[in-house]
Each structure stands twice: as C-alpha cells, then as structure tokens.
Design a protein around this ligand. Structure first.
Ligand code: NCD
Length: 317
C-alpha cells in the first residue's frame, strides 16, 4: 500500500507518491458518486465520529456523506452542546469517545496542533478537518484533484493563491502539496496578510494583483478570516475589493484558460466578484465541492485499510 500513515493530520509529511495514491483512488469514487447506487463497502461495520469544534458546512457534510457512502455508521457530535461547554478538556472528551471504539475520528478545532495532540490519545484513525491556521489536508487534496482534472496534470503549473494567506490553513496545506508536486506558487495579497517566515515557503510574493496573476493557470481565492484576526489587517472591505478582489479585469491577466477556485465560504463582493464565481467557463468552485466527497472517501478508505492491517498484525503477534 502506498499510503500507510495511521492518521491524516496534514500534507507536510506526505510524499508525492502518497498524494498521487489518494488522488487516483479518489477518481474511482468520483465515478461511484455519479451513479444512482453510491454504496462502497470500504468502511462497512466501522464507526466514524465527526467532532467539529468550529462551524462548517461543506467539510462536515462531505465527511458525513463520504462515511455513509462507504458503509460506516456516522455520528455527528454537536460540540456546542457537548460537555466541553461544562469544562471538560478536549483530551477527556476524546478519551470518552475512544472508549466507545470508533474507527475514524474526524476533527476540526480552532487551535493549531489540537488534532495532532488528540491523535496521540486514541486508538483509531484521526483525520484533520482543519486545525486553526495550521493545516486542512483534505481541502488541499480536493483542490489538487480538481486542478488535475481541469488541467490534465498537477505539476509544472503556475498557481496564484490570493488573499488572506496568513490566517489560512487552506493556503498552508496547498503550499505544501503544490510545492511537493513541483508547481510554481505565487502568493498575492497585502503584506499584512502574508505569514511570517514566508521566504522559507518556496513561493513568490506579490502585493500587486495584476502582476501576480500574469499568465497563471490557476487562481485560488481565499476568504478574509476575520475570526482569526486580532486587529485591523485591511483598510476597508471596499478598498480590499478594489485592490485584491478578483474581478474580470484582473482575471484578464491570467491565461485565457485559467481556472478560478475558492474553498468556500465565499464573500461575494469582498474577495471575489459574484459574476466570476458563477461563470461556468472559469469557475470550478462547484467541482471542488464534488471532489471533496470523493477525496474524503479515498482518504478514509486508505486509512481503514491501514487500520485493518495493523489490527490483523496485533492479533497474530
Ligand atoms: C475553509 C476552512 O474552514 O478553513 N473552508 C472549508 O473548509 N471549505 C476556508 C475558510 O473558512 O475560509
């Protein structure tokens, strides 16, 4: 098996072969998901628990669908109503769940590193559905699958990631993945929204969007993540849109066949013109959502295979 880690916590420690294995398997799930009978058996008999300590629409829904389509029993814990509100720590909650013998734990948490910490305390496979501004591995994988299908490859492309890079786990995971696959990455946005230590990321940085988008194959837009900002990072939304919002005029700098991406949720008229988001000739935003289910099915299938292999080994020792 090409992909053998116990957990999927980030892209940083995956190899290009791991990434390709996940994307290739995801392709088979894209086909399955377009059929009327969407049942695969990779997680048959297994229990998947989704713990989202932060709001989510797409990610939670697609992990839930992915688990159900693979035959798992899926439990969505409403973390707002859980004992965390009564002062229980994350680790105590995890240990309690662990005692119920789940097989897959899908966790989103506002603190960077929290999901990794939790993975060290439980016996099952843990998937990071976004931890603070650290990583969001399944988002980067679904973005890669979307790009690979639209462009026919996932290497040697010019890709601009634009907007609030500093607060974005989507940007970090994408930078890791796209660098590993040997693409040229440009980060475009105001200086105030660039992460510190950017020179170590192996990227080019632009604060002028027209220059940054010149001849790129892919334009990836990001939301201003105000929930992670502790001060004023931009002058006003109006000025932000004027300088860094994706409009048709700015997009004209990119290649004629450049695709436009956004992980959602989108703020129309802030980082992106609604008209471009809805343009089926340029925008692949809906495809990203579709690929999200397939990629999560592939990731959980591979982790389940690893889990079964380890359990067999443990029994035979
Ligand atoms: C992203 C996230 O939660 O990090 N959304 C997502 O998972 N689709 C991006 C964001 O919140 O802006």
């Amino acid at each position: 098996m090409a992909f053998s880690p116990k957990h999927l916590l980030g892209i940083e420690h995956l190899s290009p072969t791991d990434i390709t294995a996940i994307l290739d398997l995801a392709e088979t799930y894209v086909d399955l998901n377009r059929k009327e009978q969407k049942q695969g058996g990779a997680l048959a008999g297994m229990t998947q628990v989704n713990m989202f300590f932060e709001n989510s629409t797409r990610t939670q829904a697609s992990f839930e669908l992915a688990g159900k389509r693979l035959g798992a029993d899926v439990l969505n814990l409403a973390m707002g109503a859980s004992s965390i509100k009564k002062g229980e720590t994350l680790i105590d909650t995890a240990m309690t769940l662990n005692a119920m013998n789940p097989d897959m734990l899908v966790v989103r948490h506002p603190h960077s590193g929290a999901v990794d910490l939790l993975s060290q305390k439980v016996k099952c496979a843990v998937l990071n559905a976004g931890d603070g501004r650290h990583e969001h591995p399944t988002q980067a994988l679904l973005d890669a699958l979307t790009i690979r299908r639209a462009k026919g490859r996932i290497h040697r492309l010019n890709i601009a990631i634009c907007g609030d890079i500093a607060h974005s786990r989507v940007a970090r995971s994408n930078i890791f993945l796209l660098n590993k696959m040997e693409n040229r990455i440009r980060l475009v946005g105001p200086q105030t929204l660039m992460p510190s230590g950017i020179d170590k990321f192996g990227v080019e940085v632009y604060d002028d969007m027209n220059e940054g988008l010149k001849d790129v194959d892919v334009v990836m837009m990001l939301r201003l993540q105000r929930e992670r900002m502790d001060g004023a990072f931009i002058p006003s939304e109006r000025e932000y849109y004027y300088r860094w919002g994706l409009t048709r005029e700015k997009l004209a700098n990119a290649k004629d066949d450049a695709i436009v991406m956004h992980p959602g949720p989108m703020n129309r008229g802030v980082e992106i013109d609604g008209d471009i988001a809805d343009d089926i000739n340029r925008s692949v935003i809906q495809e990203q959502v579709e690929m999200g289910v397939a990629v999560r099915m592939a990731a959980m299938d591979l982790l389940a295979q690893g889990l079964r292999a380890r359990r067999r080994e443990a029994v035979s020792v």
